[in-house]
Design a protein around this ligand. Sequence first.
Ligand code: FAD
Ligand code: NAP
Length: 584
Amino acid sequence: MVTQSQDLDLLLGSLGSIGEVAITVKELFSSLGVECNILELDQVDDGANVQEVLSEITNQRTVPNIFVNKIHMGGCDRTFQAHQSGLLQKLLQEDSTYDYDLIVIGGGSGGLACAQEAAILGKKVMVLDFVVPSPQGTSWGLGGTCVNVGCVPKKLMHQAALLGQALSDSRKFGWEYNQQVKHNWEIMTEAIQNHIGSLNWSYRLSLREKTVAYVNSYGEFVKHHKIKATNGKGQETCYTAAKFVIATGERPRYLGIQGDKEYCITSDDLFSLPYCPGKTLVVGASYVALECAGFLAGVGLDVTVMVRSILLRGFDQEMAEKVGSYMEQHGVKFLRKFIPVMVQQLEKGSPGKLKVVAKSTEGPETIEGIYNTVLLAIGRDSSTRKIGLEKIGVKINEKSGKIPVNDMEQTNVPYVYAVGDVLEGKLELTPVAIQAGKLLARRLFGGRLEKCDYINVPTTVFTPLEYGCCGLSEEKAIEVHKKENLEVYHTLFWPLEWTVAGRDNNTCYAKIICNKFDNNRVIGFHILGPNAGEVTQGFAAAMKCGLTKQLLDDTIGIHPTCGEVFTTLEITKSSGLDISQKGC
Ligand code: FAD
Ligand code: NAP
């Protein structure tokens, strides 16, 4: 228990003399009846060093430099502001039975958002983040999946592939170049990894600025309110907190067949692979598989996707098939209805040579193929089974490992919450994790009530031709609302940029699904086309506001864009009218 006399940990006078300001702060604390520990820098031998270290920790060079209950308060102005707002009094009264008000396990999208928001609200927060190396030995820095092995490197590699496409289009626009153009994997990867390194650093800095304690250790509950943190050297330290947030995310799944962990890579390894993967087999057919297959083919590699059942399960299947057929036209091979049963190394190397034996899901047929790299993208497992949840009674779904929570992200153990990819039945997307984490902190510590709205979350699959959507797939809409209650408007379209470039005029596609019995409200939005992510974002906001077909018709388009196509949709699917675009 921290005593009153320990409430205020440090009050620094200016070097040389105690400034008048410091005296004023002293008076403030004395008027509040708080005893402080005061370190007068001009009265200690190593005052200059202390000031140096403090300025590093707090990003503040000036004095007085004030900590309350080990939370950095700032200087004189901030202390008086905190007093005026009542925050200072709250901090002084804090229940200090525990080391922290909040410990967040997992420093990814959700965990960092929650921790930082809680710290902004004046709480004493710790984040534990530790990356267990992949079976191939890959690990990374602070920031979680999105920054290190997800959205960020994926989108940058997608961009590398789009630039390749732009290069070939550019000749039609008059660019002349004689040099043979080829792609260099090492240069791309190094540049992307450098960017990621800067993001890792900025996250650390941001935590420091907000006085969130960051510990690079693996967290595991040992008993109620107590966690054991084990660092890379195996050193263990225990910490206690009043509240916990689990934000440990997921890691790629393996097939469990001979040779998979030894010879295959996953998305955890791909983005920092120090050599070009060469001829690649991608196993899986959802977001990760198709996006990776897309950019690998886009940078010139020979790519095959092995599909167990359907493309992009859960997505509108008409759109999914269009995504696949565009990829196929652009050189990606699809092996449908096969699953690998064995991976064998034929040659070592960077890359080496692997033989893959696969069997049909429909009959006894088996096939073999030789590849340089096998990328497994068959889904991800929640990192919840080795964090001591059983010690404190937090329930997980035994089959999936996911954590069920109520609509306040609270687990069955009242002081333990969870956000992000570990949640059962929620979308696994970075902005979802961030929103949930931020709102959770505000509810826990800021007196706010807003809950995370998981409905109508937009998303985009960054395949060579992007697919953006929001709301229901056509299949789901029919299941929920019945076909006769729906009107589907759709069209193929030809982006202006594609005309001169001589690209196909009947590939890009836009579709909305409307509920006829709710004012023709748009309940499903789908676009396959360039920059689909950018287009979808704005329409998602409109859907939040209750977008109807009439409102779309009343909206004036921006010409010439892809997005404007939604303001002029006339043909219903039920009419069966031709939606193809004329022109060559
Ligand atoms: P994470 O970001 O995974 O963070 C969890 C952190 O906790 C990790 O750092 C982990 O090492 C750490 N950890 C785990 N256990 C412990 C422990 N016991 N102690 C300490 N630390 C621990 N989403 C999008 O919105 N857009 C995209 O374009 C997109 N692309 C993606 C591409 C790929 C290849 C992948 C794999 C995912 C992609 N996602 C995308 C999904 C997105 O990355 C996740 O939804 C998001 O990162 C989830 O955040 P989180 O906080 O739940 O977990
Ligand atoms: P996923 O959506 O769970 O898909 C797994 C894929 O692997 C499916 O195609 C599945 O086929 C296949 N599969 C599973 N087990 C298999 C096996 N034993 N053999 C062969 N194939 C198998 O996983 P994911 O693609 O890894 O994505 C995980 C999450 O990350 C997504 O839900 C998404 O939210 C997020 N993400 C988002 C983005 C983005 O926003 N752009 C990008 C990437 C990832 P079946 O259909 O037959 O089951």
